[in-house]
Design a protein around this ligand. Sequence first.
Ligand code: FE2
Length: 308
Amino acid sequence: MAMTGVLRPGHTQLRVLDLEESVNFYKNVMGLVETGRDKSGRVYFKCHDERDHNSLVLREADRAGMDHYAFKVLNRETLQRLDSDLRAYGIHTERIPAGEMLETGERIQFEAPTGHIFELYADKTEVGDGLGYLNPDVIIEDRKGISPLRLDHWQIHGGDLDGSRDLFVNVLGFSVVERIVAKDGKTDLAVWLSCSIKAHDIAFVRDERDNTLHHAAYLLESWDHVLRTADLMSKKRVSIDIGPLRHGITRGTTIYAFDPSGNRFETFCGGYNFYPDMKPYVWTEEEMGAAVFYHTRTLNERFLTVVT
Ligand code: FE2
């Protein structure tokens, strides 16, 4: 087994302003599968190609944004080791008992230097993708809305980018895949990090607004799926930020849009495979426009300024 440690983004708990409006959006427009509701009123979803019980938890609140970001790790031994490693590095951790979230085991919670709350967990009930494990079919019928394959990555903003980058690289085992470097030639303005063979699992952007979310990204199957998603967004009057377009960074194709609470999300496809022996790609500040929006080579104001 080559992949150990942190496996992938596992779930997030997203704050929404109107729960039922948001449930309708994530179920019928985004096309996620509702998998449960808990005593505190939170609503749980998964993408159709995900096998674990949930990857999105909606919580009604008076302001939008993300409560926490959780990564799944290989097993309970890995969870214990990473908890010890975090504490040895000087990070305070707390244990959240199994069952606090539906169908989810014990979670280790900690605050990163950028102010974001992260979690690690090893156990979540496997509900399957509906295709079965013996001689599985290849399509799921009656998919609704955009219907992404899975949660893919997050882009989040905060001041101490260096601190969060070093924590993720030196303690959690992530690799730097791409960087945007300031005119001084050394300061990272943004970094894209991978814990897998994906082009990124998380991106940090230097921004004085700590603990903010730029977007949560969902994986689509193809460029055709990106185009169909844009068609659906228009039909359903989804507020599109920008796209469809291609990134220079990761080479992915994408659309950015907003959910009814103003949380930005990305519907993303593509990206190259990354292996830990590969050197990071470096973009200069002058070419930041092409790094993000490869065709127009310029950034729009809303993309730069709106976070939740
Ligand atoms: Fe993204």
